[in-house]
Design a protein around this ligand. Sequence first.
Ligand code: BEZ
Length: 215
Amino acid sequence: MSIRLGDIAPDFEQDSSEGRIRFHEWLGDSWGILFSHPADFTPVCTTELGLTAKLKDQFAERGVKVIALSVDPVASHIEWIKDINETQNTLVGFPIIADHDRKVSELYDLIHPNANDTLTVRSLFIIDPNKKVRLTITYPASTGRNFDEILRVVDSLQLTDNYKVATPGNWKNGDDVVIVNSIQDEAELRERFPAGYRAVKPYLRLTPQPNRKTA
Ligand code: BEZ
């Protein structure tokens, strides 16, 4: 079954490199990132998992727990993690699900038979503390993902959940944001956006990021 934005992320119980995982229980009240990769001991996946391990502090700052998945068994994951740590100069500090019976792959539609009928695709889901799926992406096996982009989306989701704004194309944390068009009342605009705003068009109003940290 394919997963759509706003769906509750399917719960499951599965083995992992860090023991048995009950997914919703494991997530607790955190944000979550579940990402699949085609296979252990492959070059692109090795770099992706290394990058994710290196971004540990950035994920923690945002209250995000990370978990990877492939259909390889636990013993393979454990051997591969040693290689990742060695070659990527890091320490993998998150679990890798061993989806040997493809239970999770079926729940999350991670095997696309017209691409490959046995390997999991390179998919990624951002899940919010209410267990709702907020982002889905699927990349080809030959293209590694950009994990700075994943952090950027988390920043955007966490900002726009709390303020009546949206983030423009190529926005990054600290840049100006756009005011949602449902707010038209001038008194409300002044209250919500005390730093003021600039109307480029009536439907395109820019304001400093409301929670921007000043140095
Ligand atoms: C890789 O991670 O390097 C990879 C995996 C499957 C197909 C192609 C590349």
